[in-house]
Design a protein around this ligand. Sequence first.
Ligand code: ACO
Length: 408
Amino acid sequence: MATHGNGRDPRLLPEPQGAYAHVVGWGMAVPSQVLTNQDLAAIVETSDEWIRTRTGVSERRIAASHESTASLGLRAARNALEVANILPLELDLIVVATSTPDNVFPSTASLIQDQLGATRAGAFDLSAACAGFVYALNMAAQSIRSGSIESAIVIGAETMSRIIDWRDRGTCVLFGDGAGAVVLKASESDGGIRSAVLRSDGSGRDLLILPAMASPESQQPGAAPVGARLDKLQMNGREVYRFATRIVGESISQALEKAQLDIADLALVVPHQANFRIIEAAARNLGVSPDIFVSNLERYGNTSAASIPIALCEAIDAGRIEEGDHIAFCGFGGGLAWASMVLTWTGRETGEPRPLGRQRRQLTYARAGWRRRVRDWERQMDDLVSSLHPRRGRLRRLRRRFERQRLE
Ligand code: ACO
């Protein structure tokens, strides 16, 4: 590989100008409702034995009717802010990686922004299927490294149960619901996100697909394969499996090379949780023990963009990550899209103690709730006044807009 006089590969990212993006907070949330393999065997022609031996999944969590991608993401985000001990007002950016947003727009990130009371944060969703969390984390980290923002929360959240065809045994046994989040913060100290390699191959677009309402496929009657539903996930499992076993090891090696590290330097790999056989194949390809790969798919199945942050939270809780460890993430899925990232773990910030952090966060959440209710009420009153006195309604709206502009 060509190098510059200083020994660095010229294709590498420039050295950060003082700002490193550190993970300083983490949190997860899963629905309490458990669906076991035995439960599934009562719905489709399958068995606990088939599912466990082919995928490694024993049970998964399913969102209750009052839960949504936004509500799970919100819970994970609040838990992550607790660990980071920062206030929602200090967040500059909220990114939600998801394939199951509550709406096409507004973004799930905007819904979470409102409920957190993060009134100084930009918010958007990112769509890269199961690779979404690593893509989103890299986007946020690069914004910090460039100096454009100082803090961000990156959330992977999914309600896969809502896009599953529960009659299709080839897919319904694989997926589950949940959310995980990490808080990123700028720091002068070395560490945090070191490298990332993002890749995509759209020629595999039909291997794993959920057509959107505006897609040509959904406009054409009979375009879906026989028996498949256009509003449900469709997958060619065998091809996706082949793709995943090929790229996971390769992608992690590329991210390691970019970080100028070796596989032996890694303390832990947190891969997307799709199938334990994919994890075993990746370990074989990299020539390492599968033990350095985190696996929790036995309990949650494939939670798509949420799987890496959930597995990360559990690995931290289990004491599997220590300060100074180099760890890798690898996500892969629909697109086809895949991404790996290498980071150096620094853990919680050990700066100035921040008294009453929890109480101030609770107050911010309560204030966000009141603000939302007042806004809703104002709009309802406005509509009522407009319908009774069209001229007065318009005048009120103009006056309120003028007052808001003055406050801003
Ligand atoms: N129970 C019982 N039998 C089943 C089931 C089931 N749930 N599902 C499929 N079978 C049958 C098939 O019909 C087939 O029967 P046949 O031989 O009579 O035709 C047989 O089992 C073997 O089917 P395969 O599809 O070849 O099974 P395979 O060993 O490939 O495992 C699986 C299927 C688990 C889906 C595997 O291909 C896989 O894990 N693929 C990757 C999927 C994945 O990770 N997707 C998510 C990517 S992330 C994202 O972006 C959302």
